[in-house]
Write a protein that binds this ligand. Structure first.
Ligand SMILES: Nc1ncnc2c1ncn2[C@@H]1O[C@H](COP(=O)(O)OP(=O)(O)OP(=O)(O)O)[C@@H](O)[C@H]1O
Length: 327
């Protein structure tokens, strides 16, 4: 309740209101609470033949709702492991990971099944792995909706058919609805796979090297389909890729090194008064919650920095210099 303004001035907040605001400001906010994806110090250890492999070594990543992000990194850096965790196929060994509010470390088997059917969609590199060979494109897209359950009335079947047709149209493959995978090109198969992954309208779409088996032109068409899903269907999209075309066209690409997010490139496109587009990009290194940063190896080599650097605080930046042996 507000105290009435005395002489027409703004209302003075009551003590209760002030107390409420202070409590809200002081309440611990869950890390990345509003993000589509929030990974906090995720660790994943595999044990094979009694040998432990630490595939993720305390990885931090937040992805905003509606973003389209590329994950890049050398072979073995942990990209697929991260994607499998986000897909609900693997469980982290430690840390926390949330997707669309679902806690990936605390889900029961039943919740995990629902998560994989409704919250995330997945597209694999191997075109054949995404589709049932004996079903047509339309039947492949209808399958996840049928598996989700629900009513089997004629009205529900009509709605399902409509959803399938809309998805195929949105991905520009409406005319291929009655073809089986073997009658489709690799790029067309991947676009059907994207429609299958989007069938239950997931909030997050994950893709592991989806253009890996395609030539450049076909890959560009498939990437265009991911953009459509992101812009028109509102899904948050994360694509693991080695493809420089894909990594070069997204607003944000995150590099993973040794099981951690190491750096990221943000691109900004601006249109001037003549309608000319210019894209600028900037590389950032990641700052973790304990204050650690991983500097680019090329920068360190250029200045011969190793083991220890001098850090000085300036008004608007921190300067890092090679260790001065005179000190
Ligand atoms: N199921 C598993 N059992 C044992 N080790 C595994 C398993 N899955 C991944 N690893 C190991 O974890 C590390 C990270 O592998 P991951 O597949 O995530 O890397 P990646 O960046 O996706 O590589 P690529 O680009 O080659 O696919 C590697 O050392 C790999 O050998």
């Amino acid at each position: 309740m507000s105290t009435e303004p005395t002489s027409g001035g703004p209302a003075v907040p009551s003590l209760d209101e002030l107390r409420g605001r202070a409590l809200a400001a002081a309440a611990p906010r869950r890390y990345g609470a509003d993000a589509a994806i929030a990974c906090d110090r995720v660790v994943k250890i595999f044990t094979a033949d009694k040998v432990e492999v630490q595939a993720l070594q305390g990885l931090d990543l937040t992805v905003d709702r509606g973003d389209l992000v590329a994950l890049v990194g050398a072979s073995g850096s942990g990209k697929s492991t991260l994607l499998n965790i986000l897909a609900g196929l693997e469980t982290p060994t430690a840390g926390s990971a949330r997707v669309d509010g679902c806690d990936l470390l605390a889900m029961s088997a039943k919740e995990r099944l629902r998560y994989r059917r409704e919250v995330v969609g997945f597209v694999w590199q191997q075109t054949a792995r995404n589709l049932m060979p004996f079903l047509t494109a339309a039947q492949n897209v209808a399958l996840p909706v049928q598996l989700r359950g629900g009513r089997s009335t004629p009205a529900a079947a009509r709605r399902r058919g409509q959803r399938v047709a809309e998805l195929l149209e949105a991905l520009e493959i409406g005319d291929l609805a009655h073809r089986r995978p073997a009658e489709l090109s690799g790029g067309q198969q991947q676009r059907v796979a994207i429609a299958v992954a989007m069938a239950n309208d997931p909030s997050v779409l994950l893709a592991d090297e989806p253009t890996g088996e395609l030539d450049t032109e076909t890959a560009a068409g498939v990437f265009h389909a991911f953009r459509t899903v992101n812009r028109e269907l509102g899904a948050t999209v994360v694509i693991v890729t080695h493809d420089p075309m894909v990594a070069g066209e997204v607003r944000r690409s995150v590099a993973i090194r040794d099981g951690r997010t190491a750096s990221e490139v943000l691109r900004r496109t601006e249109v001037d008064e003549h309608g000319t587009e210019t894209t600028s990009e900037r590389e950032y290194v990641m700052l973790d919650r304990t204050g650690r940063v991983q500097l680019p190896a090329a920068f360190l080599a250029a200045l011969g920095m190793e083991h220890r650097v001098a850090a000085d605080l300036a008004a608007d930046h921190i300067a890092l210099r090679p260790d001065d042996p005179g000190h």
